[in-house]
Design a protein around this ligand. Structure first.
Ligand code: 5GP
Ligand code: MN
Length: 359
């Protein structure tokens, strides 16, 4: 069934103030993949964030709106605030249900990969399932350097979020008219969270035209902001205050800052996933600090998060020394070693970083 041949009145609703980004050939290829599939699986990256779950749920609902069935598989649990995104609670958590997730992937005739650039970003297990699956893959993402694993690639690193890109994909497919309030809220969540509520990577004026369209669709921007940015448990608030007060090192002359938290400290404040979201950004408020790292001790590695302002490339730092990657201004990785070793590694790079990257 060729369901994408939409009545003209829907196609004509493409908001004419918003530019078309994706070339026709790529859109046609994506449309064919969607047309030809019946059992679709949507996958996103480990530790799913607002953009990951926002794009996944918007895609799932859009597919439902054209009569397709799709399941979302998330590699691990969602933090509390992301469970409020419409459709998020129905996602299959592959950590809790590994066999079910594997079965869904085995049965899929299309795998849609959202907000990640290489299979490994979904974890070793899911990554291997993606790589070995013979189903075609459609990649829609905004991370640099997409790995060569998908049949159709819509990769735009200049876009601040996958949700923003996905809005343009929907429009390009003639599906603007199908975006309902819930899809609009999912998309707005990702656009908002990947830009720190439009405080970084948010200089593209068109972002705000899209936000306006999503609000016209009924998205409650103020509520989403409050839920995503201004809702914290008491424990989480105290943990963040403690980290800043007791475990923040700042080197203004080197433009750097570092925050560390050990397993014991996290336990003391009953750490739950998402509790330290945004903490890594806080030192960037200090005059002179242009990059900041947060190291959180996990059971068998140290989770690294970095943020920067201007052209300081934290993705390079994360890739070269901390087993990861990411964007110019937001990156992360996993350090194999102790918390003390990871912190010492970061400190040892201060002078080199300054010479290389800070004018
Ligand atoms: P966060 O600090 O929020 O965990 O991650 C920020 C960004 O860094 C993510 O959007 C992602 O692009 C990247 N990132 C985080 N962790 C990793 C990792 O382990 N490997 C890679 N390649 N990128 C990561
Ligand atoms: Mn993203």
């Amino acid at each position: 069934m060729r369901f994408f041949l939409l009545p003209l009145h829907l196609v004509s609703k493409y908001p004419n103030v918003i530019s078309q980004l994706i070339d026709k050939r790529t859109l046609d290829a994506a449309r064919t993949l969607l047309d030809d599939s019946e059992r679709i699986v949507i996958l996103t990256h480990m530790s799913p964030d607002g953009d990951a779950i926002g794009s996944s749920t918007a895609m799932q609902r859009m597919l439902m709106s054209v009569g397709k069935e799709a399941r979302i598989i998330i590699p691990d649990m969602l933090p509390a605030q992301l469970r409020r995104v419409p459709g998020a609670k129905e996602a299959v958590d592959a950590t809790r249900y590994p066999d079910f997730a594997a079965q869904l992937i085995a049965d899929a005739d299309l795998i849609i990969c959202l907000d990640f650039n290489e299979p490994g970003r979904t974890g070793n297990r899911l990554g291997a399932l993606i790589t070995t699956s013979e189903a075609p893959k459609l990649l829609i993402d905004h991370h640099l350097h997409p790995a060569d694993f998908a049949s159709v690639v819509i990769s735009h690193p200049e876009m601040s979020s996958t949700c923003y890109l996905l809005f343009k994909v929907f429009c390009g497919l003639g599906l603007f008219g199908n975006i309902d309030t819930k899809m609009a809220e999912s998309l707005l969540t990702g656009m908002m969270t990947d830009t720190g509520n439009f405080s970084y990577n948010a200089a593209d004026p068109e972002i705000y035209l899209v936000v306006a369209e999503l609000m016209r669709k009924g998205a409650d921007k103020d509520r989403i902001y409050r839920e995503q940015f201004e809702t914290h448990s008491l424990d989480s608030m105290r943990l963040n205050a403690y980290a800043i007060s007791e475990h923040m090192e700042v080197w203004p002359a080197d433009g750097a800052a570092l925050i560390t938290l050990s397993r014991e400290e996290l336990n003391r404040f009953h750490y739950a996933k998402g509790d330290t979201e945004g903490l890594v950004n806080r030192p960037l408020a200090i005059p002179g600090v242009v990059y900041s790292a947060f190291l959180r001790e996990e059971d068998d590695f140290v989770k690294v998060s970095m943020r920067s302002v201007g052209d300081f490339p934290v993705n390079v730092l994360c890739k070269e020394y901390f087993g990861g990657g990411g964007h110019l201004n937001a990156a992360g990785g996993e350090f194999k070693g102790t918390l003390a070793e990871a912190a010492e590694k970061f400190r040892s790079l201060l002078t080199t970083n300054k010479e290389k990257y800070i004018k």
